[in-house]
Design a protein around this ligand. Structure first.
Ligand code: PLP
Length: 424
């Protein structure tokens, strides 16, 4: 057998992978337009035209299928502002999946509330409705639903549980731009949806995010919370003066996106659907090859998840392999097979949040000493976080030969498990 690339053998694939993020000629033109416009921020003077922020907000609200959208500087801020808009604070509990980005828990702790971690499901890796039901208490005010990696959470059942108990739903769509559940877009199921447009995400402006809702009163709160209490003026606008109005009654922070970023988002949104389709087609092709390998388990989305949006293509290594070689070693060997241009685009999943060092007692805000489900076992999250591999979505934008190379790299590495096991 060929020697593994990890040990100096020839890599399976040594051609380049697609660059990410993608900068179109149109994006460069729009950026130059913003430079010349004299309005780089929404708090700048009115130039006679809508801001790029407003243009994106209208388009993205329509894309997701909700009434209101506001850009915001980060996905983390989107979660924070969503919780503030729902009036969540000290004494309240918020249900958070145990396998997700740290910002989900940090946002809850920043408003002074307590995150209650629940386990995930084996198929979708998203939070388990049964675990939510078991974790709800009289203090529960909200559930943060996260669509993780490439699967949507069971929004139908979770919405029902939330309604039965009178608690809010914040839908974290930081990894699910354009995903659909029974034909309805991710971001239209929560009371508020939070998106991230950070560099790695499928829709990006480098840093960025958005908050969306169908509720007029919540929309007003969201807008003021993101802009130091201000909102776009409801009256006639005047050239060379601000078209933001100051409103009393609700303090905010300045979390606005710059006009450069909003213009970039407008360009990237033009490409989102085509890229989403290509990623889904290539991911489906990979699933069809890799599923026949007894050592690999693709994730299993709900049938209602009628359109997949990929942040990462995720696949699980079987327990049999795990008993012999840790997934980190498999990852190294695979990455070596896929060439230097892969960079850090093959990763391992998040550490389950209750074990995350960021929430240890000596950090800014340690996890509050709780409680029911923080102490409860999280068997699925613990297991899955140890044997899942993640391929960044930009790799799925390569051609079909590159997908064959990923499959060939898996085969080669798994055929060499004994070699890997003895070389640790
Ligand atoms: C990326 C991400 C965030 C945070 O977004 P930033 O823009 O990086 O602040 C929140 N939740 C999830 C699930 C994410 O993937």
């Amino acid at each position: 057998m060929d020697e593994l690339a990890l040990f100096g053998g020839k890599p399976v694939w040594d051609t380049s992978w697609p660059r990410w993020p993608i900068a179109s000629e149109n994006a460069k033109k729009l950026l130059a337009e913003v430079v010349d416009s004299g309005r780089w921020a929404i708090s700048g003077q009115w130039t006679g035209e809508d801001t790029w922020d407003q243009r994106f907000n209208v388009r993205f609200a329509e894309y997701v299928g909700v009434r209101y959208c506001f850009t915001i500087d980060h996905g983390s801020s989107a979660l924070l502002v969503a919780l503030l808009a729902l009036d969540i604070g000290p004494g309240d509990e918020v249900i958070v999946p145990s396998l997700t980005w740290v910002a989900c828990a940090s946002a809850v702790m920043r408003v002074g509330a307590k995150p209650i971690f629940v386990d995930i499901e084996h198929g979708s890796l998203c939070l388990s409705p049964a675990a939510i039901e078991a974790a709800i208490s009289k203090n529960t005010k909200c559930i943060i639903v996260v669509h993780l990696y490439s699967c949507m959470a069971d929004v139908t059942t979770i919405r029902q549980i939330a309604d039965n108990h009178g608690v809010g739903v914040v839908e974290d769509c930081a990894q699910a731009h354009g995903a659909e559940w029974d034909g309805q877009r991710a971001g239209s199921f929560g009371d508020i949806a939070a998106f991230s447009m950070q560099q790695g995400k499928p829709l990006t402006s480098g840093e960025g995010g958005a908050i969306l809702t169908n509720d007029e009163a919540l929309a007003d709160r969201l807008q003021r919370l993101r802009c130091d209490g201000r909102r776009y003026t409801s009256g006639p606008r005047q050239l060379a003066s601000s078209d933001l109005e100051e409103v009393s009654g609700l303090q905010g922070m300045n979390l606005c996106l710059s006009e450069f970023q909003a213009a970039l988002l407008c360009d990237r949104l033009d490409h989102l659907d085509k890229e989403t389709e290509l990623r889904a087609a290539h991911a489906g092709y990979l699933d069809s090859i890799l599923a026949s390998n007894a050592w690999l388990e693709p994730v299993v989305p709900y049938p209602n998840n009628t359109r997949r949006a990929y942040y990462h293509y995720s696949i699980r290594i079987s327990k049999g392999i795990m008993a012999r070689v840790p997934v980190s070693r498999i990852r190294q060997a695979l990455a070596a097979e896929l060439g230097a241009n892969l960079g850090d685009r093959l990763r391992e999943p998040y550490v389950p949040l209750p074990q995350h060092p960021l929430f240890a007692p000596n950090t800014l805000r340690a996890l509050p000493k709780v409680s029911r489900s923080n102490e409860r076992e999280l068997p699925v999250a613990n297991d899955q976080s140890q044997r899942t591999l993640l391929f960044h979505h930009s790799l799925l934008l390569a051609d079909k030969a590159a997908m064959d190379a990923i499959a060939a790299a898996f085969k080669k590495v798994l055929d060499h498990v004994d070699r890997l096991a003895t070389s640790q």
